[in-house]
Design a protein around this ligand. Sequence first.
Ligand code: FCB
Length: 455
Amino acid sequence: MSIVFPQGFLWGAATAAFQVEGATDVDGRTDSIWDTFCRVPGKVVDGHTGEPGADHYRRFEQDVRLMADLGLGAYRFSIAWPRVRPDGGAVNQAGLDFYKRLVDTLLQYGIEPWPTLYHWDLPQKLEDTGGWAARDTPYRFADYAASVVEALGDRVATWTTMNEPWCSAFLGYAAGLHAPGRTDPVAAAAAAHHLLLGHGLATQAIRAAQPRARVGITLNMYPVIPANPQDPDDVDVARRIDGIQQRIFLDPLLRRRYPNDLLVDLEPFGFTGVIRAADMDIISAPIDLLGVNYYSEYYVSSAPGVTGPSPWVGVSQLSFPRRDMPRTDMDWEVRPEGLRSVLMRLHLEYPRLPLYITENGAAYQDVVSPDGIEDHDRAAYLASHLWSAHSAIEAGVDLRGYFCWSLLDNFEWAEGYAKRFGIVHVDYETQVRTPKLSARWFARVARGNALVAVS
Ligand code: FCB
């Protein structure tokens, strides 16, 4: 039996510049905050930097051919700000040329380019002047966006401004787990607003240069489940986390205001002080689609558990009780029904917005044998989530596409190279690419536009 997706459903795979490109010091590129962060001992688990990674910068043609072999209709990649405007300054033609070559190669193979303008690689120079905590940074981002759109707007139909601003703001500036590694909740709250402002200003820049472009943003969505729904403290912790994880972005983007309860929660962190009235019009300018990244659920209780800096600014005490659930190699619970739940929520609470799953996937320890990589676990993860997504479509959700994370094994941020998310295996010594069983299965799904059994 197969489960058929709507006609025209878009099938793709995703990567991000710093995670796959390597070649961090060629053709004029300068450091991003991730280059700097990687050099701080202990920040990246296995001590690796983004170099040489999967060497996608030099091997993109081969990688595009691979995508074509897998029958993919679209490739979600990100553009590196420090290639296009090194140090956040003047435009670097050599940086733009790389993305022109990539986009042209994709088009040549009939694969839709689906670029993201910001997947976390802020030029270090801009961090030195305050990073996302500074009000100037969104304006620099809009300048950068304008230069990219000017160069590629004739070949790219759909733009994503930002990937997961929650991670940039709160993992980067409050928890210190991501670059730039700051543990300053006041800066994190300011960063969240400035990332949204950057999205809005970039959207203006894109529309000015390319009136027919489709513009969206990608958020990472998690259902937040109170451990004991009868316990008002658990319910309150869940509300706060949902506020700072999801509604802090959804409401300004789609309802032109921050939620009142969030403003109260963030009051001690000077949040309202960074918001100017005119910002809300810029941030809430209509978008054409919303990207949803989904990996797991949060299951939270008010029992004290968090020690040290938390990404949930204003939630001082909480714990993540352990459930007896299957987990991936990231120790993330496998919760396919959570995907349906976030899609349904968006459909009901923020209606009339086309949705795309821009990331979904799993890290597992792969066993490489002479016969290949038989990653049934990863394929089963993808299949169960696609089933869940399909059930949301049947319930009326306007879901138009699905990108698996990731096309290639790559640099998993603070986890380094130890975690493998690719449907294609990368041997980092030889740079040999080997499609795993999950890739062969995903190709059948994409080609047939239908979910088929894993085999
Ligand atoms: C997301 C990131 C992506 C990747 C996956 C596993 O949060 O957007 O770059 O690392 O997680």
